[in-house]
Design a protein. Structure first.
Length: 303
């Protein structure tokens, strides 16, 4: 048995994400949509502590509202651990202690980050020795955002969002994230988009060159002009209150705001850290929770 496998426990940290661009194509027969997206991993993290156990168990704590987070076999992180064990022939179990910072059901991929962290943690704890590419492939079987949570950084996603290509992003982009206590259902947001489109023909989605150029330049103002999310309009129809947050943040100094993924979290792009701190304070004075984050950051890794 390897030295790593003899460790009493390991800790892995995985980031939340912001979709700086998201185009949604037509709906497939399996219910999924063709996507073209630009992911950026940001400095809002999930920590997973994995320890040896005879069975597969989980506890969840955190700084965010945990309502709706399963603490049984339906939890995505526990599914990830079981999948890795089944694929590698590992006969033991694991206890996962998850500590959450990413808003729940907020469009920032918190559950996917948990699953990615669980894959990396169990791989280290059990000494199964899979590489990042193999863990990403397993992650794709759990959810479309899981492979990116393993990879981190900045990437272009196609297919269901799980076919990834790293994208060059210079420097650091600063964001102010405004979560919302009332989570949103991703399937419901997609259904609202489909309903609005009706029978209209939807072109194949693609990430425009302007987005890639903005990321490569490291210019926040250029990126602000390129932000886009096809799910934003349906999210705002389902939750009109989010429009007030978007308008307030932009009026208070953000370069641009965007609904993160399927919502309801709002992400505001700012020019620098000082502007982020100022906007965070102004949003707090208006009664909203807000937190400054930056990206890109690493994917799931041992700490």
């Amino acid at each position: 048995m390897s030295l790593v496998a003899d460790l009493p426990g390991v800790r892995v940290r995985a980031p939340g994400k912001i979709n700086v661009f998201l185009a949604v194509g037509g709906r497939h027969d399996d219910g999924y949509h063709e996507l073209a997206t630009a992911f950026q991993a940001v400095s809002l993290y999930e920590d997973v502590y994995a320890t040896h156990a005879d069975d597969f168990t989980i506890t969840v704590t955190g700084t965010v509202d945990l309502t709706g987070v399963p603490q049984d076999d339906s939890n995505l992180a526990l599914k990830a651990a079981r999948l890795l064990a089944a694929e590698t022939g590992y006969r033991g179990g694991v206890h996962l202690d998850i500590r959450k910072e990413v808003p729940v059901a907020g469009g920032m991929g918190g559950g996917s980050a948990d699953a990615a962290a669980a894959l990396v943690a169990c791989d280290a704890l059990w000494g199964t020795g899979l590489g990042s590419a193999q863990l990403q492939a397993l992650g794709a079987r759990l959810g479309a955002d899981v492979p990116f949570s393993v990879m981190g950084g900045t990437a272009i996603g196609t297919g269901r969002g799980d076919a990834l290509n790293p994208a060059l992003a210079r420097g650091r982009f600063h964001w102010v994230v405004v979560p919302n206590a009332d989570g949103m259902s991703t399937p419901r947001t997609y259904a609202e988009l489909d309903e609005a489109r009706g029978d209209a023909e939807v072109p194949d989605p693609a990430v425009p060159v302007e987005v890639l150029q903005a990321l490569r330049s490291g210019d926040a103002r250029q990126l602000a002009e390129a932000l886009h999310n096809d799910l934003q309009a349906p999210a705002l129809r389902l939750r009109p209150d989010l429009r007030e947050i978007l308008e307030l943040g932009e009026a208070q100094g953000a370069l641009a705001g965007i609904v993160s993924g399927s919502g309801p979290t709002i992400a505001f792009l700012v020019e620098n850290r000082a502007d982020g701190t100022a906007l965070e304070s102004r949003m707090a004075m208006a009664g909203y929770d807000a937190v400054c984050v930056y990206g890109p950051v690493h994917g799931a890794r041992l700490v």
